[in-house]
Design a protein around this ligand. Structure first.
Ligand SMILES: N=CN[C@@H](CCC(=O)O)C(=O)O
Ligand SMILES: [Zn+2]
Length: 394
């Protein structure tokens, strides 16, 4: 049993739901961590007399801000290959329709297990260096029984939050027989994937030849639920589709993208705020030149909102939660505090976790330190690497 006193915290952002934006801010705070969990939170002055004398280690943050480790609740990390040329073409005016996913599928299938493992480990390390302490990892670039199971096995080595996304697109070899691919995804592929997955996800876009219609998506989600998996949906990314309504209908934990929302979608999300989180992915709007959804209006309507990177080779090859936070503030109307809450406690809710995303007694001590005096600097100093996950002594 090891304990550490972390003191000199100029601004402690607990995200405990109290105060402005739910940030639960404390000045000149200290915390005690015991065996990886937060054991005490209080004023530095009171820690001086009791906790400091009994803890094994001390870490002094010298006035820096401390926030909960970022929870990146939507990422596709298991892939090989590069689609920089596709990005460049989009910046020159080409539209995104999901067609490029096949390029990543071919490269991923061709990679060895060790090559994929190395790529995934590097991406997780890159995230941690920017303050992310939990990441959800999807399959979806294998699209055969073996390749999807392999992707999830590798994902499980780095995160318990693994998501089966066999219904990412209909692969080229099934283009003439969607029904056969759907039967594979909801049958043998699901059976092979489920032991390594916590969640099932589907790319639901009725106007894309590549993604799945509302009815197809419902089949995938119900099969996943019957196999014991929690539900997530890629919805309303390319246009007004049924993804949001389907996610709410089935009680999914999260519906992600939400780029195009009708008034009825917003009402449905607000009514389902205890169950279904709207996970916004502004790096995707950035990298696909799409309109940003109005996150401030969603919060005002009572919707539960999370922020995530969607790190993937097509629509957002950024692993940076600080980048996402800055975009949400500049382009989606969130305050700096609302954006930090959505990237921590809000995203923890999207994963149905209450042991992460907050710095409160009993939570995991997943901590991110800022080389700055305030959480505001995450968006104020956009592009500057001020955030990193805090490594504590063993
Ligand atoms: N839209 C579906 N899937 C990914 C993109 C995948 C890709 O283009 O490689 C997303 O979340 O944006
Ligand atoms: Zn995605």
């Amino acid at each position: 049993m090891s304990s550490t006193l972390v003191s000199g915290i100029g601004e402690l952002v607990t995200c405990d739901g109290t105060g402005e934006d739910g940030l639960g801010l404390r000045r000149d705070a200290a915390i005690v961590v015991e065996d990886g969990l937060v054991a005490w939170v209080g004023d530095a002055s009171s820690a001086g007399s009791d906790a400091a004398t009994t803890t094994d280690h001390r870490v002094d943050l010298d006035g820096r801000a401390l926030v909960p480790g970022f929870v990146d609740s939507h990422a596709h990390l298991v892939f090989a290959g590069d689609r920089g040329a596709e990005f460049a073409a989009r910046m020159a005016g080409a539209a995104y329709d999901g067609g490029g996913i096949g390029v990543s599928v071919a490269a991923t299938r061709a990679a060895t297990d060790d090559e994929l493992r190395t790529l995934v480990a590097a991406r997780v390390a890159e995230m941690r260096a920017q303050g992310t302490t939990t990441v959800e990892v999807k399959s979806g670039y294998g699209l055969t029984v073996e390749d999807e199971a392999r992707a999830l096995r590798i994902a499980r080595e780095v995160s318990p939050e693994t998501t089966f996304l066999g219904a990412h697109v209909v692969p080229a070899e099934y283009a003439a027989d969607r029904a056969a691919y759907l039967a594979l995804v909801t049958g043998p592929m699901l059976q092979a994937a489920a032991p390594h997955a916590r969640w099932v996800d589907v790319f639901c876009e009725p106007n894309s030849a590549h993604a799945f219609t509302g009815d197809e998506a419902r089949e995938v989600l119900i099969a996943g639920r019957d196999a014991g998996l929690g539900l997530r949906v890629h919805g309303n990314q390319l246009g007004h589709g049924p993804g949001v309504q389907l996610a709410v209908e089935l009680g999914a934990a999260s519906v992600d993208h939400c780029t195009y929302l009708s008034d009825a979608d917003v009402t449905a999300l607000a009514d389902a705020a205890d169950t279904t989180v709207a996970t916004l992915l502004p790096g995707v709007e950035f990298s696909t030149r799409s309109p940003y959804p109005d996150a401030a209006a969603l919060l005002a309507a009572g919707v539960s909102v999370a922020l995530a990177t969607d790190c993937n080779p097509g629509t957002c090859y950024s692993s940076s939660m600080p980048f996402v936070i800055a975009l949400a503030v500049r382009e989606m109307g969130l305050t700096p505090g609302q954006a930090v809450y959505a990237a921590t406690a809000g995203a923890a809710k999207a994963l149905r976790r209450n042991d992460i995303g907050r710095i409160v007694v009993g939570a995991r001590a997943d901590l991110t330190v800022l080389d700055a005096p305030s959480h505001v600097h995450l968006s104020y100093r956009a592009g500057v690497p001020i955030a990193r996950a805090l490594d504590l002594p063993d």
